[in-house]
Design a protein around this ligand. Structure first.
Ligand code: NDP
Length: 332
């Protein structure tokens, strides 16, 4: 198998040279193990946290050991009665072409008429994150005025569409012009954060949502958070999903200067980790999968070809190089 290891823990934006492509011959399958040929790998912003060398809610990557991440593949050998050769599965043995894992760590893909890589994006962890943050954390209600940062990404683009489907007025913050155009095509009010300070961004949000903000779905932090705080309505709810603006920061980033808005607006702000809500995944799938297979949810993918391009795919996330879910496609 060919796989990536991390040679050192980075500071700032990781250097490409820290990702080393290695190979090894896999041992015979042990009892209960399966071998999987990966067809799709996921790269996600949270992986930057695993490169810090610090145990957060998830253990750091071990230097010199195969990196991990979500992947989709096909079972090519099985030593477990639960899985057969040819089964399509999802698992966490990504950043590699062939995975060998205990069968209990492998999940067969549901029998739903969607492309298999959908289980890394719209029907996988990012989609589930969007649904969880919007419904269970922000308690979004029909008619709410909703603001979403990184709105054209894997999580954000699901949040905006789930909120629209609830009958909300939705504003989406994004960078590039083509991302703003996509948001507009989804009947989302697009707002660019580029070349703006937090006051200018706040003014742009007010223009896009004159009745204020009831729900803020936070993926970014930085000026997006400060601008959003200035536009909150009384009783607003903020779901803190991610703070990608800070993930490569080399020094502590300044907090928002206007946190007192939470008091003034009697607002709630709650962080969450989607893994803690996984018992709701069947409910999410039941609600969202029919909409995806019926084409009612417009999801995009940005695909890099070949295992060699996995680090580039990951690093590009921090430059806004993806629209929708960032994926790596392997030869199968
Ligand atoms: P995305 O697909 O949204 O990719 C990242 C996007 O973030 C980029 O395309 C870019 O879009 C935007 N971005 C990057 N840097 C900045 C910056 N400095 N300021 C503003 N925007 C920036 O990633 P995901 O959908 O996978 O993840 C979105 C967020 O959700 C992340 O913060 C992630 O960590 C978090 N997350 C949290 C989970 C949880 O359990 N709490 C689970 C999954 C994800 P643009 O061009 O618009 O700048």
């Amino acid at each position: 198998m060919r796989f990536y290891t991390l040679t050192d823990y980075p500071t700032g934006l990781p250097d490409r040279a820290l990702f080393k492509l290695e190979s090894q011959t896999l041992p015979e399958l042990a009892e209960g193990e399966v071998r999987i040929r990966n067809s799709w790998l996921s790269v996600d912003p949270y992986m930057r946290g695993r490169m810090s060398g610090i145990h957060t809610y998830v253990a750091p990557f071990e230097l010199g050991k195969p990196m991990e991440g979500a992947a989709i593949g096909e079972v090519i050998e099985s030593n477990d009665a639960r899985l057969n050769v040819g089964d399509k599965v999802s698992h966490m043995g990504g950043w590699r072409d062939i995975a060998q894992l205990p069968a209990q760590e492998v999940t067969p893909l549901p029998d739903i008429d969607v492309p298999e890589q959908a289980y890394l994006g719209v029907l996988g962890m990012p989609g589930m994150t969007a649904w969880t943050g919007l419904n269970l954390i922000a308690e979004c209600r029909p008619g709410d005025n909703v603001l979403v940062s990184a709105a054209s990404g894997a999580v954000g683009s699901m949040v905006v569409q789930l909120a629209k489907a609830k009958g909300c007025h939705v504003v989406g913050i994004a960078g590039a012009a083509h991302k703003l155009a996509w948001l507009e095509s989804l009947s989302v009010e697009p707002v660019s954060y580029r070349d703006r300070n937090s006051h200018e961004l706040s003014d742009a949000i007010r223009l896009a949502s004159p009745n204020g903000i009831d729900v803020y779905y936070e993926n970014v932090g930085g000026i997006c958070l400060e601008a959003a705080l200035s536009q909150l309505n009384e009783g607003a709810r903020i779901a803190v999903c991610g703070m990608i603006n800070d993930y490569n920061a080399e020094e502590p980033t300044p907090g928002p200067s206007n946190l007192a808005q939470l008091i003034m607006r009697k607002a709630k702000m709650q962080g969450f980790i989607v893994a803690d809500y996984w018992e709701h995944y069947p409910e999410f799938l039941k609600e969202v999968a029919p909409q995806v297979s019926a084409g009612k949810i417009d999801y995009k993918e940005t695909v890099k070809e070949g295992l060699e391009n996995t680090p580039e795919a990951f690093l590009t996330l921090f430059e806004g190089g993806n629209t929708g879910k960032m994926l790596v496609k392997l030869d199968s």
